[in-house]
Ligand binder design. Structure first.
Ligand SMILES: NC(=O)c1ccc[n+]([C@@H]2O[C@H](COP(=O)([O-])OP(=O)(O)OC[C@H]3O[C@@H](n4cnc5c(N)ncnc54)[C@H](OP(=O)(O)O)[C@@H]3O)[C@@H](O)[C@H]2O)c1
Length: 263
């Protein structure tokens, strides 16, 4: 899909990976629509992109909430039009064992990313299908390829997101609408500050995978959209781990367990 001239909506764009994706796509000529809950942070991002000569607008919404996503859809259609690209990036969730997690926290860590990706994609899909063009990107975690201990709700939501991506890929065959999944290893964003304790539970196998910057992930998203790639994993050792998991799943499971958190 051509990025130059496209309208690209990015969830979770007030900070971290989403903010970098917005800057990158705007630099490549897209009109970017930044969505998150923190209106002030969004406005700062929009001003920054406009200051660099890009086209950007912000929309404040909790993307895990049905009514707010419906209102977001109406506002986007009225003010800008149907997005050509939707990047489902908003995500949160501490890494906790199931018995450590309060039900309310299980709900929020499922709402973003999983429910949000369902709702936001559903909101814009009919227009994309009618137009027979569109591209959907999901940003996922390596836990959807190599499950580690001590992050039950987080892992379940990311496997659900992977399932959603696979289901959409099947549903959308031949419709002109496509889907990519971008899976970065550890990224140097505020994720671990925003979700305390998670960093201590990264399995030691992660030492083989250099941390990525949000800008590197943003470049991977642009590549996925421009070349219509079904899947982009980065850095390359993560691709190797993913391949190993496909051929020898139990071996990878054991290595991750041995290098992962224990209580
Ligand atoms: N950092 C990593 O190492 C890493 C690695 C692989 C995958 N990922 C995934 O990439 C995604 C983004 O992570 P990040 O590192 O950029 O994290 P981050 O810096 O914590 O940013 C999270 C973004 O999501 C938004 N958000 C959270 N809940 C929301 C809600 N209910 N509605 C709307 N927006 C919401 C936040 O904005 P507001 O607070 O303003 O709403 C923020 O913009 C997550 O799904 C994460 O799991 C991260």
């Amino acid at each position: 899909m051509r990025i130059d001239g496209a309208v690209a909506l990015i969830t979770g764009a007030s900070t971290g990976i989403g903010a970098a994706i917005a800057v990158d796509l705007a630099r490549r000529g897209a009109h970017v629509l930044l969505v998150a809950r923190n209106a002030e942070a969004l406005e700062e991002r929009v001003a920054d992109i406009r200051g660099r000569g890009g086209r950007a607008d912000s929309f404040t919404a909790d993307v895990g909430d049905q009514e707010q996503v419906a209102a977001l859809g109406a506002a986007v259609r009225e003010q800008v039009g149907v997005p050509d690209v939707v990047v489902n990036n908003a995500g949160a969730g501490r890494w906790l064992y199931l018995d450590e997690t309060e039900p309310s926290e299980l709900e929020t860590m499922t709402a973003v990313p999983y429910t949000a990706a369902l709702l936001v994609t559903r909101e814009f899909l009919p227009d994309m299908l009618a137009r027979r063009s569109g591209w959907i990107v999901t940003i996922n975690s390596p836990v959807s390829r190599m499950t580690w201990p001590g992050a039950t709700g987080y892992a379940g939501a990311r496997w659900a997101l992977r399932g959603l991506t696979a289901a959409l890929r099947q549903d959308l065959r031949g419709t002109g609408v496509g889907v990519s999944e971008v899976v970065p290893g550890k990224v140097l964003s505020d994720y671990f500050a925003n979700n305390p304790g998670a960093e201590d539970r990264i399995p030691k196998i992660d030492a083989l995978m250099p941390a990525q910057t949000p800008e590197q992930v943003a470049a991977a998203v642009a590549l996925a959209v421009a070349r219509e790639r079904r899947e982009v994993l980065l850095p390359w050792p993560l691709k190797v781990a993913d391949l190993a998991g496909r051929f020898t799943p139990r071996l990878l499971e054991k290595v991750v367990a041995l290098t992962g958190h224990r209580r």
